[in-house]
Design a protein around this ligand. Structure first.
Ligand code: GLC
Length: 471
């Protein structure tokens, strides 16, 4: 498993430029160190811990969401950062705007696919780093309504996902590579070939971050006013504190922006990428991005959501073929719940507005598994310390139902599974996919262990699940 991950990461990394690695490093390092290692004492709001818990309850229980990265970069079909990677000017990038025509866009189909795969909420890119808006904003012409699409695509998404009973979230990029007032930094497409100060100065002439800050506020206000109740806001992203040519909380007016968000949508859940790590309430959850399952353990006890792609890219990437296997995707989902966190899995629809066959296949396989085993994910968290995971398994636990779930990664050919130290702790055992009883008895080797009798033939799931009803 781990080996597969590493191989995949290496191939994925080949797609990226060096400075991308630098960003990831800075970003991850800052998020981690700030959120996990520092004691955060300052607060922006006066919300109590219980009130926060209540506000976050649906999200913590639902565990599984869909990320959707979609925009005019889907036409290039070679990463949502294509403008940066290929150092394009606005003029060079304009062809995608002029030709964007998603004739197959039917968000109700997306919503049904998400729901079937077991996802309970979704987060769509309303604007990504390229600055293009999928929504009808008063404050820019750079929006879907002015492309051949001629529609507010965000509105259609909101309506469709809500109709399927899914919670609705907005991703919004703090970076903007199109806005005339947005100043230069070390990832801006126009600084990639000439990093001299003279070039920065030349390009920054006439740009005014104060105006851009107002633009952020105006657009966030539109998004959080014109579309009804919005459940999640995913703001992306802020450089690490030491980055000299990056942008920081002050550049966004982050504290004031977050206050505005909470005033417009008091129940909303906001991620942690505004650069407000010094505040205990500068974000509701941490966002480990594209990390391996082994790394997820260190987030136990935090409120977190790992964001992951099917392949290496968030936006549709036609020629990228290092897609995660069904087993890897299941492992991400199970390991997230097993460490008390969420998984938001990304789909990058094509420029015609569809999930491609690879995404559909991946979602269908998840749908098959979740239909039978969803009870071991929703409302679940890590098991109490007294329960050790049996060999080659991972545990999830539903506290209120008092049920423990054993996810069997390597099915024992003997048909026997030893539950170490479980004697006297369980009253019933069954396979989760069909509620068929599993007999158990004290183990021959140790009276504190139990041995479960599993069917000789593995149930037709890549990772079958055993449900233990605790005493
Ligand atoms: C990164 C990337 C971005 C992607 C996001 C998702 O910050 O810049 O392309 O949208 O991660 O987590």
């Amino acid at each position: 498993m781990c080996r597969m991950f590493r191989a995949e990461n290496i191939q994925t990394d080949c797609l990226k430029l060096n400075n991308m690695k630098k960003i990831r490093f800075l970003l991850t390092a800052s998020l981690l160190s700030a959120s996990i290692l520092h004691a955060q004492t300052k607060k922006i709001f006066s919300e109590s811990a219980t009130a926060k818990e209540q506000r976050m309850a649906w999200w913590t229980n639902d565990r599984f969401g869909m990320f959707i990265h979609w925009g005019i970069y889907s036409m290039a079909a070679r990463h949502e950062w294509v403008k940066h990677y290929e150092h394009m000017t606005n003029e060079e990038y304009q062809k995608y705007f002029d030709l964007f025509n998603p004739d197959q866009f039917e968000p109700s189909v997306w919503a049904k696919q998400a729901k079937a795969a077991g996802m309970k909420y979704a987060v769509l890119t309303t604007k990504h780093h390229d600055g293009f808006c999928l929504f009808d904003s008063k404050y820019t012409n750079y929006k879907a309504t002015n492309t051949p699409a001629h529609r507010d695509l965000v509105r259609e998404y909101v309506n469709a996902f809500r109709a399927q009973g899914l919670k609705v979230g907005f991703y919004y990029s703090l970076l903007d590579w199109h806005h005339p007032d947005y100043t230069m930094d070390d990832v801006h497409p126009l600084t990639q070939t000439d990093t001299s100060q003279a070039n920065y100065d030349r390009l920054n002439k006439g740009r005014d971050m104060r105006k851009y800050r107002q633009y952020l506020r105006d657009q966030i206000t539109e998004l959080l006013t014109n579309y009804g109740k919005i459940d999640v806001l995913w703001l992306d992203w802020t450089w690490g504190k030491d980055a000299r040519r990056g942008k920081h909380a002050e550049d966004w007016g982050a504290v004031e922006l977050l206050k505005l968000v909470r005033q417009l949508q008091p129940g909303i859940i906001v991620n942690n990428r505004l650069g407000l790590e010094d505040y205990a309430d500068g974000g509701d959850f941490v966002t480990p991005e594209q990390v391996s399952t082994a790394e997820l353990e260190k987030y136990k006890g935090k409120t977190w959501e790992t964001c992951q792609t099917f392949s290496g890219s968030w936006g549709y990437y036609r020629d990228e073929n290092t897609w995660k296997s069904h087993r890897q995707l299941l492992d991400l989902l199970i390991t997230s719940a097993a460490n008390g966190g969420n998984l938001i899995l990304n789909v990058g629809p094509t420029a015609r507005g569809e999930f491609d066959y690879r995404a559909k296949n991946a979602l269908d396989s998840l749908a098959y598994w979740i239909h039978a085993n969803g009870r071991a994910i929703y409302n679940c968290t890590y098991a109490p310390g007294e329960f050790k995971a049996p060999e080659n398994t991972k545990l999830t636990y539903n506290k209120s139902a008092k049920r423990l779930y054993v996810h069997v990664y390597d099915y024992p050919s003997s048909g026997e599974l030893v539950l170490p130290g479980y004697s006297g702790k369980i009253c019933y055992a069954q396979l989760l996919n069909d509620n068929s009883e599993l007999k158990f008895a004290p183990s021959r080797e140790s009276s504190s262990d139990l041995t479960l009798q599993l069917p000789k033939q593995q149930p037709k799931y890549t990772v079958p699940v055993i449900e233990l009803i605790l005493k």
